[in-house]
Design a protein around this ligand. Structure first.
Ligand code: IMP
Length: 434
């Protein structure tokens, strides 16, 4: 059985959590390979699926909001793996496991890479201190500073939890370094390395036995024919290399991230599923050519509840950008697309879709990879006819109004990729398998 990647192909928040959770119904393992608590998953599913033995008649749904655990690990038979490419905030991980265990009625089964780096309390403080002079508008979770320590070869890994003395020495060294850079910071001065080490060891007491060589674990699972799903965080246009740099996150959100962040050869991936919203959103600063600042964009935000899961910030809203999606399709080698939130477009007379950009007299078909080139571009829209019917009861492609079907087929044709899943609401059941 092949590996399956589920990747965001816009600016994150495409609804990967729901899609990954759905795809993992038949998987033995769900792997996160990049990012950390900057990601936010929202998954809604019926209570009947939550606890084995609970009455099937029981109605109602539960909503899960979380940041670190792979969405697939909410299924009882699916093991969650936090890969080496992640940056893990140990207190957040412990709290998230507690919260999910209570809500699910059982503890999610997880393994954690001993080579994953940790976000420690000084990272978000440093990020905020630097933020005063930066326009990047990050989630302020310490992601950039933690990846920076990793690349500078002074990072602290989860494996260091197994050697308390070494851990204390590393924390002391790194904390002292930040305190020296920001001598006026009361927040940094208030941190004591010895106390911090003890707190981290106490908070992670229950998860230290779950540290392992996850690359070995994942490859063995694949060797045995077990279905393994790799869940991307953020999206293609936030990728550190291929996104709209520097308005990006600090990790690889594209297919290459699976290789470096999980230790799995790309040859082992047979299905690469891109997840795209039927329109577009971006949270945080940076280029967004199809952004609509008119009341129509506002309407998308309200209909689509476009507020960040992690920070609560309102998301910038706009229209589907096929130039950017072609770029993401090419970079990731997508062979499937999951289209989410199609229901949010109900009620629009026509739906603009960017087919190309115009830069002066030049028509640009390929997504420009520098900010300067992007800055001179204007989207060239084609307007597709809308529909007025609500979609939340549609359960098959044929149930969709004709113009909604056309919209989906149009995207498929433009991208040369099959749309295999259409999501028409937040719930597990609001899904059309095409
Ligand atoms: P960072 O990842 O916190 O460093 O933030 C860098 C940029 O990525 C900011 O614009 C964030 O808003 C954005 N970002 C990071 N994670 C997510 C996500 O999961 N969804 C959407 N945007 C994100």
């Amino acid at each position: 059985m092949p590996g399956i990647a589920v990747l965001g192909v816009q600016w994150g928040d495409e609804g990967k959590g729901k899609i990954a959770h759905l795809i993992c119904q038949d998987a033995d393992m769900a792997v996160r390979f990049n990012g950390g608590t900057n990601a936010g998953h929202t998954v809604v599913f019926p209570n009947s699926q939550i606890q084995a033995g609970r009455s099937r008649e029981e109605k109602g749904e539960s909503e899960f909001r979380f940041h670190l655990i792979p969405a697939g690990a909410l299924h009882e038979g699916c093991i969650g793996v936090l890969g080496n490419g992640m940056v893990i905030e140990p207190f957040a991980l412990a709290a998230e496991l507690r919260m999910l265990s209570e809500q699910l009625g059982h503890a999610p089964q997880i393994w954690i890479s001993q080579n994953a780096h940790m976000i420690l309390p000084y990272h978000p403080i440093v990020e905020r201190l630097e933020g005063a002079t930066s326009e990047l508008d990050t989630t302020a979770k310490g992601i950039g500073p933690a990846y920076r320590d990793k690349t500078a070869r002074r990072g602290i890994r989860t494996g260091d939890l197994q050697n308390p003395e070494h851990l204390a020495a590393l924390i002391t060294q790194n904390l002292r370094r930040e305190q020296a850079i920001f001598p006026d910071s009361d927040a940094l001065r208030a941190l004591d390395p010895v106390k911090l080490t003890k707190e981290i060891l106490t908070a992670t007491d229950g998860i230290q036995s779950r540290l392992t060589d996850t690359a070995l674990l994942i490859n063995r699972a694949l060797d045995q024919g077990q279905p393994v799903v790799f869940e991307g965080a953020q999206g293609c246009l936030l990728d550190i290399d291929f996104g709209t740099y520097p308005y990006v996150t600090s990790s690889s959100a594209t297919i290459g991230g699976v290789g470096v962040g999980a230790g799995v050869s790309p040859r082992r991936l047979e299905r690469v599923i891109g997840v795209a919203k039927a329109y577009a959103t971006r949270v945080g600063a940076g280029p967004f050519l199809t952004e609509d600042k008119s009341p129509l964009g506002e309407r998308l935000r309200e209909q689509g509840h476009e507020y960040g899961t992690t920070t609560g910030r309102p998301r910038r809203c706009g229209w589907l950008d096929l130039v950017a999606l072609r770029y993401a399709t090419r970079l990731n080698g997508l062979n499937e697309l999951a289209l989410t939130k199609l229901d949010v477009l109900t009620g629009l007379k026509e739906i603009p879709v960017a087919m190309a950009y115009q830069r002066g007299r030049e028509r640009v078909e390929d997504f420009p990879t520098t900010l300067d080139e992007l800055a001179g571009c204007e989207p060239v829209y084609e307007r597709l006819p809308g529909w007025s019917e609500r979609l939340n009861r549609c359960r098959s492609f044929d149930d969709l109004p004709r113009n909604a079907q056309r919209y989906v087929r149009f995207i498929e044709e433009c991208l040369g990729t099959r749309v295999t899943v259409v999501s028409v609401g937040p719930s597990f059941s609001d899904t059309i398998w095409v």
